[in-house]
Design a protein around this ligand. Structure first.
Ligand code: HXC
Length: 521
């Protein structure tokens, strides 16, 4: 055997060793937990044969607590570039089989390298988290590593899409990297995220709680809103990432890839002419409206289990990717509250950062009143949504379906927030407030007088409410002032949106020069 052949054999052997991560036993343990290894996960996600690994031979440099004997090629993260559907992406997957995927200084350097490459190339970054957090033996060096990653998350925000899949533990300050990224997906039953684990919680607050109930996928999907999606299996998680990527561009200078549209853009749906109930207090399902107007009824909902009174998600019109924001009358009457505002604001900002037009379907009775909301700063959170809409310079189309009252009318993409096209259905009610509230304020004294005189207060109020409704519970006052560009037949909604988006394709709008605004938070 020549020296060259010998060296090549050595390389192949080293590669094989690196691919084993923490070793066969650790891999078996990982599989027994129902989890795939870092390399298996990357393989599942990216186009076959496209993964180009970096730093396969990198080693940590820690000599504390006997760590010099715990060396694995590549350390606890697998990182590199690949393609998904032919598009360049950068990926890294923490390898739990190596020291529990705990983050060393070396691992942070590997992660930062792919993030820097992603920024240079203008490509999305996908990270798969499965880690015991900062590598305890490395002390401050591990913490500094997290700091380096967080800083890159911040600098990349709004420049390249960042997606985090949580597929195992993600605890302590480590949670801040996913939180800084655009979308988080948690696998059900095998992942958790929290700042302090159950033991610390018990010591500090006395609360008895397990990891799943403290920070499992369902908790963060429905209660905290920390995660945008959950997946039953790791396979489902990968499919979700691919689907999500198909709706978004690779960076903030591009637009999402347009797909061929097989759904006629002038398709009319008579269901929409009948969907608004006679009784204004009766609910209907906004999902039916969305399914009716978007291409082939396909909708990727973002945060489906959190703040169900507002719906956010991606769809296509004539093959063009669009962010849909819609009030849901079937959940708390579609009222805006703290969580709905937070959810809507974040989504609108993402769409605006990545050149994705926003279509808003509005049926909102107002903001939820009460101390629960006021003490939790509904003023600030409502302002967040307002700010997000007002700041967004992407094409914006708003359709008022039914209620559109007061502050919530302004917030949900009204004309004055620089919405480009504002349409209303004939059923729209665009007013300062609903009829009963308005009449109570306007005719309080008169109602009291009727009562004092032994008259029929109910009949008096009903008459005044009818008068008010006649005047304001329609779209024509707004149309009269040009705040609504047109009143449209509901069944034509899809066509009007498609034609509107085509018209707005060349939209150019800027914000005043500034370092950045001070968004209410
Ligand atoms: C070093 C770690 C480690 C860590 C796990 N390991 N976490 N090594 N630093 N943080 C090692 C274990 O020693 C073990 O090594 C192997 O990984 C697998 O761990 P197990 O405990 O055997 O696995 P499991 O029972 O599944 O438990 C997983 C775990 C647990 C829940 C993650 O290991 C754990 O609680 N780890 C500590 C979590 C933590 O408190 N991290 C610090 C968070 S604070 P061997 O050699 O035996 O296989 C933080 C600060 C970040 O991260 C701040 C950023 C600003």
């Amino acid at each position: 055997m020549t020296k060259q052949v010998e060296k090549i054999k050595q390389l192949i052997a080293k590669r094989e060793q690196a691919r084993l991560g923490g070793g066969e036993k650790a891999i078996e343990k990982q599989h027994a937990r129902g989890k795939y290894t870092a390399r298996e996960r990357i393989e599942m996600l990216v186009d076959a044969g496209s993964f180009e690994e970096y730093d396969m031979f990198k080693l940590h440099r820690c000599h504390n607590f006997g760590m010099e004997k715990k060396q694995y090629l590549g350390d606890g993260v697998v990182a590199g570039s690949a393609t998904i559907g032919g598009r360049l992406v950068y990926v890294y997957a923490q390898d739990f089989t190596v020291n529990g995927g705990s983050l060393s200084e070396t691992m942070a350097q590997k992660i930062c390298k792919v993030m820097d490459m992603a920024m240079k190339m203008g490509a999305p970054v996908i990270c798969m988290n499965d880690s015991g957090g900062a590598r305890i033996q490395e002390g401050i060096s591990a913490l500094a590593g997290y700091g380096e990653i967080f800083e890159r998350n911040i600098l990349a925000s709004g420049v390249i899409p960042q997606i985090s899949a949580i597929m195992g533990p993600c605890a302590g300050g480590a949670v801040y990297s996913p939180a800084l990224t655009d979308f988080t997906i948690m696998t059900e039953g095998t992942s958790y995220m929290f700042l302090t684990g159950p033991k610390v919680v018990k010591t500090v607050t006395g609360e008895d709680i397990d990891a799943e109930h403290l920070g499992g996928a369902s908790v963060h999907a429905s209660k905290s809103g920390v995660t945008h999606f959950t997946a039953k299996t790791e396979e489902e998680c990968m499919e979700l990432i691919k689907c999500l990527l198909s709706y978004i561009p690779s960076n903030n200078t591009e637009t999402a890839t347009r797909v061929e549209c097989t759904d006629p853009i002038d398709r009319k749906d008579d269901l929409l002419n009948e969907i608004i109930p006679e009784d204004p207090n009766q609910a209907y399902d906004m999902y039916k409206v969305i399914a009716s107007v978007v291409d082939n009824g396909e909708f990727l909902e973002v945060q489906p289990k959190f703040a169900k009174n507002i719906i956010t998600g991606f769809a296509r019109f004539n093959g063009q990717s669009v962010g849909v924001v819609a009030n849901q009358p079937a959940a708390y009457a579609g009222v805006l509250d703290v969580n709905a505002s937070r959810k809507g604001a974040r989504f609108v900002r993402f769409c605006d950062a990545f050149n994705i037009p926003i279509v808003s379907l509005v049926d909102v009775p107002g903001f939820l009143p009460g101390t629960g909301q006021e003490y939790n700063a509904v003023i600030l959170h409502g302002a967040q949504l307002l700010y997000a809409y007002g700041e967004a310079t992407v094409p914006k189309i708003t359709i008022n379906l039914r209620k559109s009252y007061g502050g919530s009318h302004i917030v949900m993409g009204c004309k004055q927030l620089r919405s480009d096209l504002n349409f209303a259905w004939p059923s729209a009610e665009i007013a300062v407030m609903g009829a009963s509230g308005a009449v109570a304020v306007l005719y309080g004294k008169e109602a009291k007088a009727v009562k004092d005189e032994g008259g029929d207060v109910k009949a008096f109020l009903a008459e005044k409410e009818d008068e008010y409704s006649e005047m304001f519970a329609n779209p024509y006052q707004a149309a009269q002032f040009g705040y609504i560009d047109d009143v449209i037949e509901p069944r034509n909604t899809r066509f009007r949106i498609c034609r509107g988006l085509a018209q707005l394709a060349t939209k150019r709008q800027n914000l005043p020069a500034k370092k950045h605004g001070c968004m209410p938070m």
